[in-house]
Design a protein around this ligand. Structure first.
Ligand SMILES: NC(=O)c1ccc[n+]([C@@H]2O[C@H](COP(=O)([O-])OP(=O)(O)OC[C@H]3O[C@@H](n4cnc5c(N)ncnc54)[C@H](OP(=O)(O)O)[C@@H]3O)[C@@H](O)[C@H]2O)c1
Length: 317
């Protein structure tokens, strides 16, 4: 389809920034709504990108949809207060916003909605182990019911130079002599952020994915323990990783979840109770060949290791 103007909700975030840069490089005019302009400052130099400070409660958010050929939804949160079946922050970001986006897009005659959900959210809601996944499942249902031509993508955990995943594991190993790890044997199939951005743009441009949901995962399955070990090794600070027994892991997650910017919460712990791996090969309709972790992660993790070492050396001078 011809793409003149695309709204990228969540465009200021980790995956969104890659998608926005990709579209901008193709000459597409991109509108990025953000609640805090400062969060999107890295997008301001991009020639075809308009950053607008607004929030979904405000009319200007919805006015930004006018004249858009397509909408990409990358809004997501990792933490929420408790609720049944999910807490208010998960409801707002993962269910209410996609529902309103899909309805508003349909009303405005937007041609496509690409909705980024999460691997595992396609199962029946009652069987899902966490509030995060349950809210993602209901968000998918809202998009399917919204009346706009859609594609749903379900990535496993996403890695890339700016991720809050391998980078955090690497930083922890700089600081701690050992890593006590909850759910160490959980299995994941991490996917490269560049591949996710390519898949999003391919879905937008073609029609093969219309009306379907797709799992999006990398070429290899790792346990969480293996991923922490690789992050330590590639950043130059390998530490012993000690898998915590279930109850101790749950307590650790509960304590960490009480911190202002938690690395882990009880709900994250619950998400890891089921393996986060694709049910089959990645669909050729997405037009990607998933990048192996070892092909890209050592380069940025080793740079991060050297940068942190230099900072520490300066601090101790
Ligand atoms: N990263 C992963 O490993 C991963 C794995 C599977 C699925 N996903 C999904 O992929 C999507 C993008 O993930 P990401 O890692 O790029 O996330 P991210 O870096 O945390 O960015 C999230 C974005 O959502 C926006 N946002 C959050 N809460 C909002 C709210 N209540 N109202 C409006 N905007 C809100 C933020 O915008 P402002 O703060 O600028 O307003 C930000 O741009 C999410 O749906 C996530 O669940 C991510």
């Amino acid at each position: 389809m011809s793409l003149n103007r695309v709204l990228v909700a969540g465009g200021s975030g980790f995956i969104g920034s890659h998608v926005v840069a990709r579209l901008s490089a193709q000459g597409v005019r991109v509108v990025v709504p953000t609640r805090h302009r400062e969060r999107a400052r890295h997008l301001l130099p991009l020639p075809t990108v308009d950053v607008i400070e607004t929030r979904p409660g405000s009319p200007s958010f919805w006015q930004a949809l006018e004249g858009c050929d397509a909408v990409i939804n990358l809004v997501g949160v990792l933490h929420s207060r408790w609720g049944d079946p999910y807490g208010p922050e998960f409801r707002e970001a993962h269910v209410d916003l996609p529902a309103r986006l899909a309805n508003a897009a349909a009303r405005s005659g937007v041609g496509r909605l690409i909705h980024v959900s999460a691997l595992g959210a396609g199962a029946s809601r009652e069987t899902l182990p966490s509030m995060y996944l349950r809210s993602k499942a209901d968000g998918e249902a809202a998009v399917r019911a919204g009346g706009v031509p859609f594609t749903i993508l379900q990535p496993s955990v996403v890695f890339g130079p700016e991720d809050a995943f391998l980078n955090v594991f690497a930083r922890l190993q700089r600081l701690l002599p050992v890593v006590p790890l909850a759910q160490a044997n959980a299995r994941l199939q991490p996917v490269f952020v560049g591949d996710v951005a390519t898949a999003v743009v391919n879905c937008l441009r073609g029609t093969a994915t219309l009306g379907h949901g797709f799992e999006l995962a990398g070429p290899e399955v790792f346990t969480l323990r293996e991923l922490v070990q690789l992050a330590g090794r590639w950043s130059g600070h390998p530490r012993p990783v000690i898998g915590l027994p279930f109850t101790l892991g749950q307590i650790q997650a509960g304590l960490m979840g009480a911190l202002p910017r938690p690395l882990m919460s009880t709900d994250n712990f619950d998400s890891l109770r089921v393996d986060n791996i694709a049910t089959g090969p990645i669909s050729p309709a997405l037009g990607i060949t998933p990048t192996p972790l070892a092909a890209v992660a050592p380069a940025w993790l080793s740079r991060q290791g050297s940068r942190l070492a230099a900072q520490q050396a300066r601090a101790h001078r």
